[in-house]
Design a protein around this ligand. Structure first.
Ligand code: ADP
Ligand code: MG
Length: 333
């Protein structure tokens, strides 16, 4: 018997081996944020799927069905953003327990429909089943990107700079506020809770990076920088040095960490669900990058560190250096 795979990513790698290599029209198979298929007019069709399981990814104690509807689309749109693409269509698989009112399923649908309208996506199919206790949602999103612009996890080179499009750790801190019933001022708590409840896929930034060719590799942050930067490193055959002092940790995130005696950096590096974009860019393009984001009316990306030769993600701090590769969220870890 073959050795059992280790953790979520070991399992995916073992499955990918069983499924074998895809045919040539598949420009990207297993291993990136979306699969990509050759499409007419020099485009790729992007194809992604994400599942949300009650009590694993969400609980109705903190999320209304309507909010869940919007979020279940948003997390998929984030993967389209991570290729530099534009989302077009969605399919919804709804596993709904018999003992939960169907009126709530319609509320869920309303939230998804509102988000779909907002992002210019049409829902064109799906499947509906009764599930054992616990709602299970799978959304598939299809999108498009000009083939030559498509950004992958592979492509980072030593000396490239590493950037993130926004703050880190907010959604993780928001979830902790809800779970632990932390007492914080409303102005501090509200944006963190919003980050958990209502993630904003960074589609405009993704399109900008792809169209301007300012990025060499791109991924969205679902599991935390420690894990997702490591995916870029593995796909690109490089290592990364992150400078702790550069990580954009908002004061609210630090306040939550303090109350729970956690290290703020741990929330920033390993707290999941940031749904910001993490990308690499050649060192001589830094000024152009800030200028392009500013001209597009987008917040300036934050520089976190540098790609280096090697294979590990290293955190450089005043307390010394530490390997943090792959220490973010991992199912089955
Ligand atoms: P993301 O966090 O961006 O959604 P994942 O970590 O879920 O990405 O998946 C990484 C890659 O593995 C993707 O290319 C995805 O399509 C693929 N993948 C994940 N699970 C499976 C599976 N059960 N079978 C085939 N491919 C999978
Ligand atoms: Mg992703």
């Amino acid at each position: 018997m073959t050795r059992p795979p280790h953790g979520e990513f070991g399992l995916i790698a073992a499955l990918a081996e069983q499924f074998g290599a895809p045919p040539v029209e598949v420009r990207l198979g297993i291993g990136d944020d979306c699969a990509a298929l050759a499409w007419p007019d020099g485009h790729c069709l992007l194809w992604t799927m994400d599942t949300l399981v009650e009590e694993v990814h969400f609980t109705f104690a903190y999320l209304t069905p309507r909010q869940l509807g919007a979020k279940s689309l948003a997390v998929n749109l984030s993967d389209i953003a991570a290729m530099g693409g534009e989302p077009r269509y969605a399919l919804l698989s709804l596993g709904w327990p018999k003992d939960r009112p169907l009126s709530e399923a319609l509320e869920f649908g309303r939230g998804l429909a509102e988000a779909a309208r907002h992002y210019g996506v049409k829902v064109i199919g799906g499947d509906t089943v009764a599930s054992p206790p616990g709602v299970v949602i799978t959304v598939t999103v299809l999108g498009k990107v000009p083939e030559g612009e498509m950004l992958r996890r592979a492509g980072a080179r030593p000396h490239d700079l590493i950037f993130v499009t926004g703050p880190l750790g907010e959604a993780a801190a928001g979830l902790l506020i809800l779970q632990r019933g932390l007492a914080l001022e409303q102005e501090v708590a509200a944006p963190l809770i919003q980050a958990h409840v209502n993630p904003r896929p960074q589609l405009a930034a993704g399109r900008l990076l792809a169209g301007s060719r300012l990025a060499t590799a791109l991924i969205d942050l679902s599991d935390g920088v420690a894990s997702d930067l490591w995916h870029i490193c593995r796909a690109s055959g490089v290592g990364a040095d992150l400078e702790a002092r550069r990580l954009p940790v908002p004061p609210g995130v630090a306040a939550v960490a303090r109350q729970l005696h956690l290290a703020p950096l741990d929330l920033a590096l390993k707290g999941g669900e940031d749904y910001q974009l993490l990308f690499t860019s050649p060192p001589d393009r830094e000024a152009s990058l800030y200028q392009a984001f500013s001209q597009a009316g987008l917040g300036a990306p934050v520089r976190l560190g540098e790609i280096v030769a090697g294979a590990e993600v290293r955190l450089i701090s005043a307390d010394g250096d530490k390997i943090i590769s792959g220490t973010g969220y991992n199912h089955f870890a």
